[in-house]
Design a protein around this ligand. Sequence first.
Ligand code: FMN
Length: 354
Amino acid sequence: MSALTDLSSFSTYPIVQAPMAGGASNPRLAAAVAGAGGLGFLAAGYKTSEAMYQEIRQLRDHTSQPFGVNLFMPQPGTVDPSAVEVYAEQLSGEAAWYATALGDPEAGSDDGYEAKVAILLEDPVPMVSFTFGCPERAVLEAFTKAGTYTVVTVTTPAEALAAQWAGADAVCVQGVEAGGHQGSHRDDPQLDGAGIGLLSLITQVREVVRLPIIAAGGLMRGEQITAVLAAGAGAAALGTAFLVCPESGAPALHKQALTDPVYARTELTRAFTGRPARGLVNRFIREHGRYAPAGYPQLHHLTLPVRRAAADLGDPQAMALWAGQGHRLARELSAGALVETLVAEMHAAEEARA
Ligand SMILES: Cc1cc2nc3c(=O)[nH]c(=O)nc-3n(C[C@H](O)[C@H](O)[C@H](O)COP(=O)(O)O)c2cc1C
């Protein structure tokens, strides 16, 4: 495999389908995006290393275009077990209501990181991105040696500097508008409410690092992509916009909820996983979000059976309905048609400015 060294060489258009763990970004979605000239991404988070590798092989069967694989960084074991225990007690009514047991909070905190890295170094893919932290320099160097382009998600200028020092090829600048988890390198409750909006963050990151930028957070239309490119990004990553596509593996209830007027707003919450993630405000977030402690991934394991039981019952009120602030703008187009529409909107926006 010849190494791609420039962000623009990965796709015809500067449009990235953001990685979405939990089923949404599967090989079908990534292949459809790649086929339309965007950059598709697989999400290795919450999967075994074998399941990740199987998806990579499936995607290779569907496309010869470049693609990315996203990894969760292992979390430091600093979580207070008594806070997790108290939260478990507070959730006992949920478990009873959904006729399930709570999960084991100690079901693992490294997400199989080492095994996934080993597979990706053994059989390299074009791009690997990391969230929830920055890998050590040696790991990034090993990927570079293997011909893989490395991207680290950042939510502050300081994290961007850390990524540059460690040797990342690019940063994914994730604004506070973004759906799903904030990719902060450390979950610090003292910084709750300090999230930075995407346009401001791109500019702040550009002032401190020279790395190419993939911009993410709240982007749903071509005009917005044009705006972040004008602000200095090399590409734009869209999660929520691709979540509703028929190729996405997100549950139908999740897709429907994104444009359902019942859901008036999104919020960053630790209620489901113990790390701030943006989702549609439903009953679970309203009832438990205020006191949910920092405790990722312990709370993820703890609440998983409740979320699954709610999904099985067709009840979105206890599901994690991850969504970016732009969710109301979601369009139920096929992934290829969405890429085409975004490109047409970008051209129209550029012409209007000329
Ligand atoms: C359902 C869902 C799952 C996500 N899973 C991941 C993930 O596994 N890894 C990651 O780096 N980011 C993940 N994200 C964040 C996205 O990669 C991206 O930053 C975000 O979707 C951009 O904001 P937008 O949803 O407003 O477009 C997820 C987002 C959503 C909506």
